[in-house]
Write a protein that binds this ligand. Structure first.
Ligand code: SAM
Length: 492
C-alpha cells in the first residue's frame, strides 16, 4: 500500500485523517466512540490504524456506519443505465466502475474525504514487477495473480461502458487507446481497493457478517451467489493480524456496527479479522505480512507435478489410466493444484494433514490400474506407496525453489538488522523483497515438515509390516512344529 506523506492536493497524512474523521462524525446518523482514534502507523508499515485510547469492554460499540454511507453500486448516484450491461458480470465489475466514477468526481463526490484516506498504490502482487515476483521462486501464488486475465475481462466489459460515457469518466488521453490505458490503471486501483478494503454486505437478511474485510479473491469471479460488496468507511481503517482480532462488523437493518469482540486495553490496536490466510495469499490480496500468519501457511503443488512424479504424465497410451483420470475428474477430484496446510505441531500422523481428496488421488495413482479401489474413498491409513509418492512430489517441489531455507534466513536476518542494503536485488523494493522471502521460507518449512511426516510414516508402516511378517512366519513355524508334534503323538 502506498500512502505518501502528502496526498495529491498537498494535504498531509494527519490532516487527511482529521478531515476524514470530521466528515464521518458530521454525516447523518454516524456514531463514533470517543475511545477510538485513528493513528499513523507508517513507521511500522501498517498505514492508518484504529487504536483504543481508553479501555473498551467486550461487545462495546466502536462505531456505527449508516447503510446509506456505504459506497455501493446502489448508494452511489451513478446512473443505473451505465451499470445495466454489467448486470451479469458479478459483484466486482459494477463496483469497480462505481468507485472510478466517484473517484473521478473529486470534491463533487459525497465520499471525497474518504477517498483522501484510501491508497492509490498498493503492494499487492498485482503490482509487483517481474524481478520481485521471481523472488517468490516456486510459490504457487505466482500463478494466482491473474493480471492479464483481469485486464482482458475489463477490456470486454467495463472499459467499453466507461469509454461510452466520457462525461462521467473524464480521463486524459487523445485516443481511445490512451484513455483505455488510463481506465485500466484506475480499474487496478479500484479492484485493489475492493480486494483489500471492501466488505461483503448483506442486503436483505441482517445478520453478523463473516468478519472478513473481503473474502473474494478474484477479479473475474462471476458467481450467482457472489456476495454484494461495499466500501465501508471507518470499518476499513482497521488492520488485521491473524488471531489478534478483537473487533467485528455486525450488519443490522440500517447500520453496519463495529463492536469489540474482546476487552481492548487503552493503547491497543483494534483489529478486524481478514481470515486464516497463508502469507502467500495475504501478500497477494492485502500486500503485507506478519509472522502471526505463519501458522496458516500452505504448500501447493500442481496436478502436472503429481502426474509427472507418479510417472503418469506422458501416459497417453495408457488407456486404463486415462479412463481412471476421467472418472476422477467427473467426481470433481482433479484440480489444477493441491494444497497442504502447515502441519499442526501436535499432529504426528500423516493422515491428519492430508485432505480426503489428496488421499484419494494418491491412492488412484498407486493402486493397480484395474483395481476398483482406485476411485473409492480410502478408509484405511495412507500406505507406504502413497506416502512415498507424496514424499517424492514434495521433494521435487522443494527442489524447485532456487535457494535453501538457511540461505534465505541469512538474507532475511541481514535485511532486518539493516546491516546491508546490498542484499536487495536492484530491481526489487526492499519491503516486497522481504515479504517474498517470508512467503518462500514459510513454504519451504511446510515442505520440510511434511517430508519428515512422510518419512516417519513410511518407517512406522515398514516396521509394522516387518513385525507382521515375522509374526506370520512365527505363526506358520509354530503351526508346522505343532503339526509335527501331533504326528509324533499319533505314532506313539
Ligand atoms: C482494510 S485496510 C486497513 C487500513 C490501512 N492500514 C490503511 O492505512 O488504509 C487493509 C490494508 O491495511 C494494511 N494492513 C492491514 N493489517 C496490517 C498489519 N497488521 N500490518 C501491516 N499492514 C496492515 C495492508 O496494506 C492492507 O492492505
Amino acid at each position: 500500500m502506498g500512502i505518501s506523506p502528502l496526498s495529491a492536493d498537498g494535504m498531509d497524512f494527519d490532516q487527511s485523517s482529521a478531515e476524514f474523521v470530521h466528515w464521518f462524525t458530521a454525516a447523518d446518523g454516524t456514531r463514533l466512540s470517543h475511545k477510538v482514534q485513528l493513528r499513523d502507523l507508517r513507521r511500522t508499515n501498517a498505514g492508518r490504524a484504529a487504536v483504543a485510547i481508553q479501555d473498551i469492554a467486550e461487545d462495546e460499540e466502536l462505531f456505527a456506519v449508516p447503510r446509506s454511507m456505504v459506497l455501493t453500486t446502489t448508494t452511489s448516484n451513478i446512473p443505473p443505465s451505465v451499470l445495466q450491461s454489467l448486470e451479469d458480470t458479478g459483484a466486482w465489475p459494477p463496483l469497480i466502475v462505481t468507485i472510478i466514477y466517484e473517484f473521478l468526481r473529486k470534491d463533487k463526490s459525497p465520499w471525497h474525504p474518504y477517498f483522501k484516506v484510501l491508497p492509490t498504490t498498493f503492494d499487492t502482487l498485482m503490482f509487483w514487477n517481474s524481478a520481485e515476483l521471481a523472488e517468490l521462486q516456486a510459490s504457487a501464488v505466482v500463478h494466482k495473480i491473474g493480471r492479464e486475465q483481469a485486464e482482458e475481462l475489463w477490456r470486454q466489459t467495463i472499459i467499453p461502458v466507461m469509454l461510452a460515457h466520457p462525461g462521467l469518466f473524464p480521463v486524459p488521453g487523445a485516443t481511445p487507446s490512451e484513455r483505455t490505458a488510463e481506465l485500466i490503471k484506475l480499474a487496478h486501483m479500484a479492484g485493489s481497493l475492493i480486494m483489500a478494503y471492501a466488505f461483503d454486505i448483506d442486503r436483505d437478511d441482517p445478520k453478523p457478517d463473516d468478519g472478513d474485510a473481503s473474502s473474494e479473491d478474484d477479479f473475474e469471479e462471476d458467481d450467482e451467489d457472489e456476495p454484494f460488496k461495499g466500501m465501508v468507511p471507518f470499518a476499513d481503517m482497521l488492520n488485521a493480524d491473524a488471531d489478534r482480532n478483537n473487533a467485528r462488523l455486525f450488519q443490522e437493518t440500517d447500520y453496519l456496527v463495529m463492536k469489540a469482540t474482546k476487552p481492548i486495553s487503552a493503547g491497543e490496536q483494534i483489529f478486524n479479522d481478514y481470515g486464516p490466510l497463508p502469507r502467500s495469499d495475504l501478500v497477494r490480496m492485502y500486500g503485507y505480512t506478519t509472522d502471526n500468519y505463519a501458522q496458516f501457511d500452505v504448500v501447493e503443488f500442481s496436478h502436472h507435478l503429481l502426474l509427472e512424479v507418479a510417472g503418469k504424465k506422458h501416459n497417453k497410451e495408457n488407456k486404463a489410466w486415462l479412463d481412471r483420470e476421467q472418472q476422477l475428474d467427473e467426481i470433481g477430484l482433479i484440480d489444477d493444484g493441491y494444497s497442504i496446510p502447515r502441519p499442526d505441531p501436535n499432529v504426528r500422523r500423516l493422515e491428519d494433514t492430508l485432505s480426503g481428496q489428496l488421499h484419494m488421488l494418491l491412492r488412484a495413482l498407486c493402486v493397480h490400474e484395474n483395481d476398483a479401489k482406485a476411485v473409492k474413498k480410502p478408509k484405511d491409513a495412507v500406505t507406504i506407496e502413497e506416502a512415498a509418492l507424496l514424499q517424492a512430489v514434495l521433494t521435487k517441489k522443494l527442489s524447485e525453489y532456487g535457494t535453501s531455507h538457511e540461505a534465505d534466513q541469512a538474507i532475511l536476518d541481514a535485511l532486518h538488522s539493516n546491516s546491508t542494503t546490498s542484499t536487495v536485488p536492484a530491481a526489487c523494493d526492499p519491503r516486497r523483497y522481504s515479504m517474498a522471502l517470508q512467503v518462500r521460507m514459510g513454504e519451504k518449512e511446510v515442505l520440510r515438515q511434511l517430508i519428515i511426516l512422510c518419512q516417519s510414516h513410511i518407517k512406522q508402516k515398514s516396521e509394522e509390516l516387518a513385525v507382521g511378517q515375522s509374526k506370520r512366519k512365527y505363526d506358520s513355524n509354530t503351526e508346522i512344529l505343532s503339526e509335527k508334534a501331533a504326528k509324533k503323538e499319533k505314532h506313539r
